[in-house]
Design a protein around this ligand. Structure first.
Ligand code: SAM
Ligand code: DTB
Ligand code: SF4
Length: 328
């Protein structure tokens, strides 16, 4: 495996390199990941973001994991885009609850230009509250990304989700290349990139390694890398798939941290189903951010008192806004 350069930040990871990380003895892997984390971050701080689904359900994409796809019968009621004032009232509550970033998600294939204007008003309002802003609205054209930048958007979330090889078994309505094109459109504007994936879909370790290689090939690395554990939802094709071993999930976080040390790795969906001990191992492996609040987009997330207790028992403090060490 090539030696780290001065910064530890590399864009030339191969799948073999990544697989050898996954296959390291667990203690060695975690030790290396924790060291990588400490080069760039305070290891006892975790950043807190809060999500809101501003446009729920009825999505024309067929992502096999997602309760919001109109291809799956999950009983979720499709809703219209929320009113700006309602979003800002919820954002104010999130700020009072301690979140430093507010992430607005819409179940769209791509936004219509008219909808984008309303989302831009939400972004301006969120920033006026003193929160960082993040949006995830599906595919974007270059002019749409520029419009979001003008509204002051700090981060855009758009995931690669899995390996290119496994991708076609999970999503058929848009291609891997579509995703890379959107990511490029975002990067060009200067909006920070939040891009990661989802594990526990029935993919192999090879797929997890390949996904991380693709993420680490983005140059610069995404500033924020969400690692989602599948939340199984009845009615989706992936409901009932075999659970991923929680230690393999921790290994995925650790490998992501070693491969993208200056990026914030986000312990994302799936915390409600995780033990405190698994979450603690994720922080040890270099996860520097979580979603707080009782809900993610449509599924449950741990209640505030559980997170407060976990942070207290681990001596973890909340990271101030702009926890990222910047683009690498
Ligand atoms: N519609 C937009 C898109 O797909 O880009 C934005 C929202 S989508 C819900 C954002 C990400 O959430 C997906 O890329 C996927 O990684 C994650 N996600 C969706 N459903 C999930 C589930 N059931 N469990 C875990 N993560 C999930
Ligand atoms: C991401 O990677 N995970 C978040 C955020 N980006 C938008 C969403 C998780 C969604 C989990 C399923 C749900 O609640 O609907
Ligand atoms: Fe739609 Fe996003 Fe869900 Fe895919 S993940 S079905 S694009 S909301």
């Amino acid at each position: 495996m090539p030696l780290d350069n001065d910064t530890g930040v590399r864009h030339d990871w191969t799948k073999e390199d990544a697989l050898s990380l996954f296959r390291m003895p667990f203690n060695d892997l975690i030790y290396r990941a924790q060291n990588a984390h400490r080069r760039y971050f305070d290891a006892n701080q975790v950043q807190m973001s809060q999500l809101l689904s501003v446009k729920t359900g009825g999505c024309p994409e067929d992502c096999g994991y997602c309760p919001q796809s109109s291809s799956h019968d999950t009983g979720l009621k499709a809703e219209k885009l929320m009113a700006v004032d309602d979003v800002l009232a919820a954002a104010r509550q999130a700020k009072d609850g301690g979140a430093t970033r507010y992430c607005m998600g819409a179940a769209w294939r791509n936004p219509k230009d008219s909808d984008l204007e309303a989302v831009c008003a939400m972004i301006e309002g969120v920033r006026a509250l003193g929160l960082e802003s993040c949006a995830t609205l599906g595919m974007l054209t270059a002019p749409q990304a520029e419009r979001l930048k003008r509204s002051g958007l700090d981060y855009y979330n758009h995931n690669l989700d899995t390996s290119e090889e496994f991708y076609g078994q999970i999503i058929t309505t848009r291609t891997y290349q579509d995703r890379l094109d959107t990511l490029d459109n975002i990067r060009q504007t200067g909006i920070k990139v939040c891009c990661g994936g989802i594990v526990g879909l029935g993919e192999t370790q090879d797929d997890r390694a390949a996904m991380l290689v693709n993420l680490a090939s983005l140059d610069p690395h995404p500033e924020s890398v969400p690692v989602n554990m599948l939340v199984q939802v009845e009615g989706t094709p992936l409901d009932g798939v075999e659970d991923l071993d929680s230690l393999e999930f921790v290994r995925t976080i650790a490998a992501a941290k070693i491969m993208m040390p200056a990026s914030v790795i986000r312990l994302s969906a799936g915390r409600e189903q995780m033990s405190d001990e698994t979450q603690a191992l994720c922080f040890l492996a270099g996860a520097g951010s979580i979603f707080v609040g009782d809900k993610l987009l449509t599924t449950d997330n741990p209640e505030k008192n559980k997170d407060v207790s976990l942070f207290e028992r681990l001596g973890i403090r909340q990271a101030p806004a702009e926890g990222s060490a910047g683009a690498a």
